[in-house]
Design a protein around this ligand. Sequence first.
Ligand SMILES: NC(=O)C1=CN([C@@H]2O[C@H](COP(=O)(O)OP(=O)(O)OC[C@H]3O[C@@H](n4cnc5c(N)ncnc54)[C@H](O)[C@@H]3O)[C@@H](O)[C@H]2O)[C@@H](O)CC1
Ligand SMILES: Nc1ncnc2c1ncn2[C@@H]1O[C@H](COP(=O)(O)OP(=O)(O)OP(=O)(O)O)[C@@H](O)[C@H]1O
Ligand SMILES: [Mg+2]
Length: 358
Amino acid sequence: MLGRLNSLIQFRHSPSFSSKVLRRQQFFGTKTLCFVGQDQMSSTLEADAESVLRLVTPSLDLKRHKGQAGKIAVIGGCREYTGAPYFAAISALKIGADLSHVFCTKDAAPVIKSYSPELIVHPLLEESYTVSEEERRKLQEKVVGEVDKWIERFDCLVIGPGLGRDPFLLECVSKIMLLARKFNLPFVVDGDGLFLVTNSIDLVNSYPLAVLTPNVNEYKRLVLKVLNCEVDEENPEDQLRSLAKVLGGVTILKKGRSDLISNGEIVKSVSIYGSPRRCGGQGDILSGSVAVFLSWAQQLISGHESLSENPAILGCIAASGLLRKAASLAFTKHKRSTLTSDIIACLGESLEGICPAS
Ligand SMILES: NC(=O)C1=CN([C@@H]2O[C@H](COP(=O)(O)OP(=O)(O)OC[C@H]3O[C@@H](n4cnc5c(N)ncnc54)[C@H](O)[C@@H]3O)[C@@H](O)[C@H]2O)[C@@H](O)CC1
Ligand SMILES: Nc1ncnc2c1ncn2[C@@H]1O[C@H](COP(=O)(O)OP(=O)(O)OP(=O)(O)O)[C@@H](O)[C@H]1O
Ligand SMILES: [Mg+2]
């Protein structure tokens, strides 16, 4: 059994993929899934996102307790932006995480708390305008110390949604990223977290549990900074693979008409569903979703020592497929007036359609 599971979700270019029916192990409950190897993780570019969703999504098991389905923390939310961290955090819960925290600035906290009692919001971060020069170092130690008390409880962080670009705040977040690396905690970097990382690439370099989710603008800036060239529209896969390789094997999800995913070795795309609506906030849904599916993929793999796949790639494929399905469903209902909150409201129905809970 293990050999078959192993061969089927190996991420090397293995031509030997073949169609098989797999019986899941106890830790996810016995669940039969059809994991068609050929058009899945083998050398074809397009991943079979729906099969990956079925593979990593755990069964609901009465024997499990609160927290086991995932504890996510979003680091983001400032005076300027409060929607993005909310979108990322609530998406994680709507998909199936048990707990979703937001670490944001004192200004943003009451606003985000007012959006939903489901989120645990920590008003710990600070922006420069609230801190005098002499207080900075001491306050930074305090902020990072407070986050440190929580950080080991989480399965994945999402760093950047609505973070803003305040230098003092970004310096604190840099230290939080180093803390996450010390604890081998996976993190998704999005939004202004990418602004931070693009200017301090060492924060993610050679960290295989880092996932970057750049949009068109953010990708352009990352390529310019790291590869010192313009985006190659003719051959995006090779350039993406090179970028991830130069960054030491981080996983990059390049968002666009098709989402392209690479860890510097393989490249996979997810083009299913999707919608023509480009309202702000969809990338925030994606970042929260990657965190949940990456955590579930890690649980799946940790239950099989012999498996060596990259949970970050699995998480990106699953999250992209689900978001695109939910966006398509929401667009069917709301057309031009589709909002990010409409897409969030479709996450549950979309996942249920691919991977029924009962
Ligand atoms: N409702 C909300 O609260 C939302 C907040 N969002 C947050 O808004 C913030 C900005 O996201 P965007 O998608 O607008 O960011 P982008 O980076 O796509 O663009 C922001 C603007 O700033 C410019 N810019 C960004 N970085 C730059 C750089 N290094 N040098 C020069 N110009 C630069 C861009 O060209 C653009 O004009 C992020 O933290 C994001 O999470 C968005 O996610 C959308 C929804
Ligand atoms: N042209 C497109 N056609 C179809 N789907 C798209 C297109 N562009 C983006 N998407 C989908 O929307 C998702 C979010 O991408 P987008 O570029 O909106 O992120 P973003 O700009 O970071 O969003 P946010 O406003 O949250 O910051 C992508 O993962 C992708 O699946
Ligand atoms: Mg974004």
